[in-house]
Design a protein around this ligand. Structure first.
Ligand SMILES: [Zn+2]
Length: 335
């Protein structure tokens, strides 16, 4: 699920007064899952409320973003043992959960790396999950629910951000990474350069698809020259188009993954956490550049960028808008 889709789901639940007691956010607890958790907390605590929440500018929103809101508590694994043990649960998290909120509204308890809650802590937590305090939302963040106690998982509504994350095919991943690492939206010239370079990839894809179809047809003819008859123009065009579309898919995917990497780095920066590990990124070779950029980008922008990147494909493939034009428009604000 896309982070924006997941966020809309929570927003709708809230509008209808049907917020569950707990969500399990499956994703990177230092990246996309953390960004979503922080946004959900801001949604519940924003002083403006209604459709403008989270406004991003009120005191509550700022405190949530900086990780210092008194009605948000997050716990994670201890450095030494790398687990969330009974002490942290019984002495910090659960007492906090049973108390009234400071601001008189919602409170949000986050468990980062909920997959590392040990058995005794999980059992203690389970009792609270079974009889949850009013206006308290628990957000359990984990890369996978597999190691978690099934009884805990079953009491949470699951939001899976990890599905559909596959590295885009090479050489397209590397090529797109190179283009986006050089991108800047600060001048029209640079934006045009990005759009032109992406357009050039599309042109290369069209040529490759054309060549591949010619090769395949030649091989078919060579295999059985008497039975073979050449496809007509439409058939040949359709064959080329299928091959080109597959490759373009990798380009769209790579662009979106780039902005997911940026989001992961922006969330880590905003939460004051360590920068994302190379293995958690789709573009590890550009980590320094991604981290440098992310430091200047608020998480809510980074989320919008992921969204906007996801819409490129629909515009170009389904609505048939000219790719260079779509890229030009998008990269004038994508940073
Ligand atoms: Zn606000």
């Amino acid at each position: 699920m896309q982070p924006s889709t997941a966020f809309d789901l929570v927003r709708n639940a809230m509008k209808n007064g049907r917020v569950p007691h707990a969500y399990c956010l499956v994703g990177d607890p230092r990246g996309d899952a953390l960004a979503l958790a922080s946004r959900i907390a801001a949604l519940l605590l924003c002083e403006k409320g209604g459709d403008v929440a989270p406004c991003g500018v009120c005191d509550a929103c700022r405190r949530v973003a900086r990780g210092v809101h008194p009605d948000v508590l997050s716990i994670g694994p201890e450095k030494k043992s790398r687990v969330i043990g009974i002490e942290a649960m019984r002495e910090t998290f659960l007492p906090w959960a049973s108390e009234k909120s400071f601001a008189g509204g919602w409170k949000v308890g986050m468990v980062l790396f909920a997959d590392r809650i040990n058995a005794s802590a999980a059992n203690a937590f389970l009792k609270t999950l079974e009889e949850p305090p009013a206006e308290t939302l628990f957000l359990l963040l984990a890369p996978s629910v597999d190691p978690m106690l099934p009884t805990v998982v079953s009491r949470c509504q699951k939001i899976d951000l990890s599905r559909g994350r596959m590295p885009p095919a090479e050489p397209w991943r590397s090529l797109v990474g190179g283009i986006l690492a050089a991108h800047s939206c600060e001048s029209g010239l640079r934006v045009a350069a990005t759009a032109a370079r992406l357009h050039a990839l599309f042109a290369r894809i069209a040529d490759e698809a054309e060549a591949e179809v010619s090769e395949e047809l030649a091989a078919q003819e060579a295999a059985d020259p008497t039975a073979w008859s050449p496809p007509d123009r439409d058939e040949r065009g359709a064959m080329v188009s299928v091959k080109a579309k597959e490759r373009r898919q990798a380009i769209f995917q790579a662009i979106q993954e780039w902005y997911r990497d940026l989001l992961a780095a922006a969330s880590a920066a905003e939460a004051g956490a360590e920068r994302p590990t190379r293995s958690s990124l789709c573009f590890p070779e550009h980590r320094d550049e991604i981290v440098r950029r992310a430091a200047k980008i608020p998480v809510r922008y980074a989320m919008r960028f992921v969204d906007a990147a996801g819409k490129l494909q629909e515009k170009i493939e389904d609505r048939n808008l000219p790719d260079q034009h779509v890229f030009l428009e998008a990269f004038s604000y994508l940073r």
